[in-house]
Design a protein around this ligand. Structure first.
Ligand SMILES: Cc1cc2nc3c(=O)[nH]c(=O)nc-3n(C[C@H](O)[C@H](O)[C@H](O)COP(=O)(O)O)c2cc1C
Length: 216
């Protein structure tokens, strides 16, 4: 136990020595994200794909919650949810969002903002099919973000669906699926000593990414 603690402390000292430089970052922010994400995966952190998702309704009031990143490539960042949830209703009327990842042990944050579109039904089907049976049933049973009479009501809804689909082979509910956030900007933040952190901003101009350093 004591040895582990000592190792972790050393690890932290090492990471504090990392830097992020506008002259050496990848010219493509997706590649820079992939580099950092691979390092997070290798570090064994719990739920490294958890990200805060901020949306706003037509009145402009922001709301924020955690979701899990399930795929990313040059088209954007994909998460799955219920289209009828609060976030879903906000996105349908105002299809813009911001994401934030925070990996404390690496002293790193990534922010992304951009426009949001639904993934194709085929992509949602594909992901729904690989969810564990009880997660599929749970997604189908939950009218996400709606007021419900109590926990017993939800458990009964799950029980009813389990009775109808004992193998868990339930089809994807039409109101459940993925969204893709297509970035217009990225910001990579690396913690540095004395609060003199590195912040590298990528903004999209036509087909190019412009890179700038922001003051911490
Ligand atoms: C770590 C973590 C991961 C989560 N991942 C998801 C997710 O991928 N999709 C989802 O719909 N909700 C996810 N949730 C639940 C949401 O934070 C939220 O409670 C739910 O989506 C309803 O949000 P809304 O009422 O703003 O639509 C997650 C919560 C936590 C704490």
């Amino acid at each position: 136990m004591a040895d582990n603690t000592a190792d972790l402390a050393r690890l932290r000292v090492d990471y504090s020595g990392l830097d992020l430089d506008e002259n050496t970052v990848h010219s493509d922010p997706f590649e820079q994200f992939r580099l950092w994400f691979d390092q997070v995966l290798a570090s064994g952190l719990k739920e490294p794909n958890a990200m805060a998702l901020a949306t706003a309704g037509p009145d402009g009031a922001p709301s924020c919650r955690m979701v899990l990143l399930k795929a990313f490539d040059a088209r954007g960042f994909v998460f799955f949810t219920n289209y009828g949830s609060s976030k879903g209703r906000e996105i349908e009327t105002n299809p813009r969002a911001a994401l934030a990842f925070y990996w404390a042990e690496l002293e790193r944050q990534v922010r992304v903002s951009g426009s949001v579109t639904r993934v194709t039904p085929a992509e949602s089907d594909e992901y729904f099919a690989v969810r564990p049976p009880l997660a599929r049933i749970g997604a189908a049973a939950s009218p996400q973000s709606r007021v419900i009479p109590g926990r017993a009501w939800l458990e009964q809804a799950v029980g009813t669906l389990q009775g109808l689909h004992p193998e868990g082979d339930i089809p994807r509910p039409v109101e459940w699926g993925g969204y893709r956030v297509q970035p217009a900007s990225f910001e990579f933040w690396q913690g540095r000593r004395n609060r003199l952190h590195d912040r590298i901003l990528y903004t999209r101009t036509d087909e190019m990414w412009k890179i700038a350093r922001l003051s911490p």
